[in-house]
Ligand binder design. Structure first.
Ligand code: ACM
Length: 763
């Protein structure tokens, strides 16, 4: 008997892998046999008189009619062969139970929101076509596999932030984004509406906020470090009517929109419109550069009256419990220089400008709290003392969140290193221009919000997580989708599912979900599957190239001429890896079973030879840039212009390395390269010297090459291939002298420059 049960379980398990591709993963899912088929006599039964659930039922029947052409009735009386919504007050607010059997489907919940989430899960049990907008082929049956799902979120706050100040996004796009958030049970859209580069919300009492404050003279082109501008005015804002319409829409998808009105910093939109709100009285200009602005609101009675008026209109529009008041990146220069601020500090007994910022936030907190709402602020609001009712959004790492939780304040975790969806998600040479960083899907997915430093009691203050999309480098809805998806799905799963996470399992479910995103015309990034490269010594001590992808079943194909791989290109064999010698540019991508490319291309130049993977010592250790391998200087993987990933970087220090070739070796050349990226503080060395030895004690200098102190202003790789004549040595020492402080005229003048070195080849 036991054996029979065991066999059945195995069968169900195999079945479940194909049919329960739900993101976020439910807390509990028990697969069962059979399936429910929706036919034209299926009805949708709702609790009597529950008008909100009727609207959810109608979302379902509208979809089914549009895509399957089946006209289902919504009814309050029990019928056979039904999709039934059942009220049961025993469940928590967002919880639901979903039971699918061949006879009927039951969604049980205490609230319409719970019913809505049950409905979202049901959609993910149906064929993916339910997410499309056109009629399906009549051969595809509308079926859901039998199962019982008991589900509720791990965290109450699951958010995505969209910055609409740096670039403005139309209402239609925001509605589409809300649709997508709802599909994955993300319940909050944090809408960053005001900043230095544009004020984007109509405020009736202060029309100049949008007439003047929403328009900047021009925008940056290229990366910030290039300091180039397009000369074209840029603007846009949402009217209160548009906002009301959008909020009604969000309500129908159970997404709460939290508005952010930035203060006391990031306020140039408002200051330009009403210069009397600044400490100097202006004139000010809506900021055209990205970055942090020194002019901020002056903590005067005029400013508080203005902000209270603005917040009153905002709270009239937005029903959310939380109002985000910013609080980040507020330089104190203008307060230090202001006699008014210094007097105010004396009068209020504030010991420094941080306490003045705290005074500012406390006053706003008091006002917002008096209206029955709560403030959220970025983690800088901890500085100078945390306001009594504030929730903290921890972005500069997790430390702010830990500190706030220890002070028994609620926290939303959104640290840059996991949750900043404006960071690169693949090799920068193959990605659209981004602010910087590197944050792929796997890294985002690996975040645990209840960090180990917190006791169980403190961990309760972690309300949840949020992914942030700042839009300095994101101008279009298509690009915003590219940055948000699929990483927002990882955010959804961190927020909803239990903490035992398995990236491979997630990737498997993601495969199906990407088909849904295709049907919803979402321009998601395929970079999560990109091939990564590393080298290793095989058992024969030969340097071979290892290719890998996060995709659980994809096949890796590659070319050796740098051309884009096709489904017919060389197939990677994980047992023997790639064996090449000399200089080769390898381009690799991942393909599914049907030969469809499911990753971006990744390209890398390799130099495999005598010195590959030879050990070396370093007098100064690299900082931040380690080349991703303890043997990065000899790993055969050549640094390129596109990314700093492969480079070994020294801040203000020299390179001094001794490479051990293992035995006395004949050679006649040494290859080395230095990155030159003036705008990013990376300069070639003043000179470099090559020395040799057989005892690793006394070294003989073979050559010293002087590069001078001329700096290039554009990004380039300086390659050297130095002729050494015939040599026979075991140890080769290379010293490269750091350029020294950044030169006059550079915006970091006087600060240490970076020396970035890669691949030393001895041939
Ligand atoms: C932030 O990224 N300045 C909150």
């Amino acid at each position: 008997m036991k054996k029979i049960i065991f066999l059945i379980l195995i069968t169900l398990n195999a079945f479940s892998q194909n049919n329960y591709n739900i993101i976020p993963k439910p807390q509990k899912l028990v697969a069962a046999k059979g399936q429910f088929k929706v036919i034209n006599t299926t009805s949708v039964v709702i609790p009597a008189g529950n008008e909100e659930v009727r609207k959810i039922a109608e979302q379902l029947t509208t979809k089914i009619k549009g895509i399957w052409g089946l006209d289902l009735e919504v009814s309050e009386s029990l019928k056979p062969n039904a999709i039934r919504f059942i009220d049961n007050p025993a469940y928590s607010e967002e919880a639901y139970e979903l039971k699918v059997s061949p006879q009927n489907i039951e969604i049980t919940a205490a609230t319409p929101k719970g019913h809505f989430y049950g409905y979202q899960t049901l959609l993910q049990l149906f064929p993916v076509e339910i997410f499309g907008s056109s009629r399906v082929n009549s051969k595809i049956a509308l079926v859901a596999p039998a199962c019982t799902i008991v589900d509720e979120p791990r965290f109450s706050y699951r958010g995505v932030m969209l910055d609409v100040s740096r670039h403005f996004f139309p209402v239609e796009f925001i509605k589409k984004l809300i649709d997508n958030l709802a599909v994955n049970k993300i319940n909050t859209l944090h809408w960053h509406l005001t900043d230095d580069q544009g004020w984007r919300i109509e405020i009736k009492k202060y029309p100049k906020l949008t007439e003047i404050g929403s328009i900047r003279k021009e925008s940056m082109v290229g990366h910030y470090r290039e300091q180039k501008f397009d000369g074209k005015p840029y603007g846009g804002f949402y009217t209160q009517d548009q906002i009301r319409d959008l909020l009604n829409y969000a309500q129908s998808k159970y997404v709460t929109v939290v508005p952010e009105i930035e203060m006391p910093g990031h306020a140039m939109g408002a200051l330009t419109a009403y210069p009397e709100l600044g400490c100097t009285g202006g004139p000010y200009e809506v900021r055209t550069k990205w970055g942090v602005e020194e002019n901020v609101y002056c903590p005067s009675e005029k400013t508080f009256a203005f902000l209270e008026d603005v917040l009153t209109e905002v709270m009239d529009l937005f029903p959310s419990k939380y109002i985000h008041i910013g609080g980040d990146e507020c330089p104190k220069d203008s307060w230090k220089a202001s006699a008014f601020c210094q007097d105010l500090m004396k009068k209020e007994g504030l010991k420094d400008e941080h306490e003045l910022q705290s005074y500012f936030i406390r006053r706003i907190d008091k006002f917002v709290t008096s209206k029955g709402r709560r403030i959220i602020g970025w983690d800088e609001i901890l500085e100078g003392g945390l306001s009594p009712n504030a929730t903290v959004m921890s972005w500069r790492g997790i430390e702010g969140g830990i500190e706030a939780a220890k002070q028994m304040h609620d926290v939303i975790m959104t640290p840059t290193s996991y949750m900043y969806l404006d960071y690169y998600q693949g090799n920068p040479s193959k990605e659209p221009l981004a602010i910087g960083g590197f944050l792929n899907l796997e890294k985002t997915y690996s975040f645990e919000p209840q960090v180990a430093e917190l006791s169980p009691d403190q961990a309760k203050y972690i309300l949840g997580v949020q992914g942030n999309l700042w839009t300095e480098y994101v101008k279009t809805p298509q690009h915003a989708e590219y940055m948000l998806f699929p990483r927002a799905l990882a955010v959804a799963e961190i927020g909803w599912s239990d903490k035992t996470k398995d990236f491979k399992n997630f990737s498997g479910r993601l495969d199906t979900h990407l088909k849904r995103l295709d049907l919803m015309a979402v321009n998601y990034s395929k970079s999560a599957n990109n091939v990564s490269f590393s080298t290793e010594l095989n058992p024969q001590k030969r340097t071979v190239i290892k290719l890998s992808t996060a995709h659980p079943t994809g096949q890796i194909r590659y070319t050796l001429d740098g051309s884009s791989p096709l489904s017919t290109s060389l197939l990677y064999d994980a047992a023997s890896k790639v064996k090449i010698l000399g200089d080769n540019t390898l381009s690799a991508a991942v393909f599914d079973q049907n030969g469809k490319k499911i990753s971006g291309d990744n390209v890398q130049t390799f130099v495999i030879g005598n010195s590959s993977r030879k050990n070396y010592t370093l007098e100064n250790q690299p900082k931040r840039y380690t080349g991703n391998d303890p043997l990065a200087l000899t790993d055969g993987i050549k640094g390129n212009e596109g990314s700093k990933d492969q480079w070994v970087g020294f801040e203000g220090k020299n390179l001094s390395t001794v490479i051990d070739l293992g035995t006395k070796t004949l050679f006649s050349r040494l290859g080395i390269a230095f990155l030159s990226d003036y705008h990013d503080w990376v300069l070639p060395p003043k000179n470099f010297e090559i020395l040799v030895s057989n005892d690793n004690k006394s070294f003989e200098s073979l050559k010293k090459i002087d590069l001078g102190t001329a700096v290039k202003t554009s990004k380039a790789v300086r390659h050297f291939n130095v002729d050494l004549g015939k040599q026979n040595y075991r140890y080769v020492k290379v010293i490269a002298e750091n350029f020294g402080p950044l030169p006059t005229g550079h915006y970091g003048a006087g600060k240490p420059s970076w020396l970035m070195v890669d691949e030393i080849e001895i041939k």
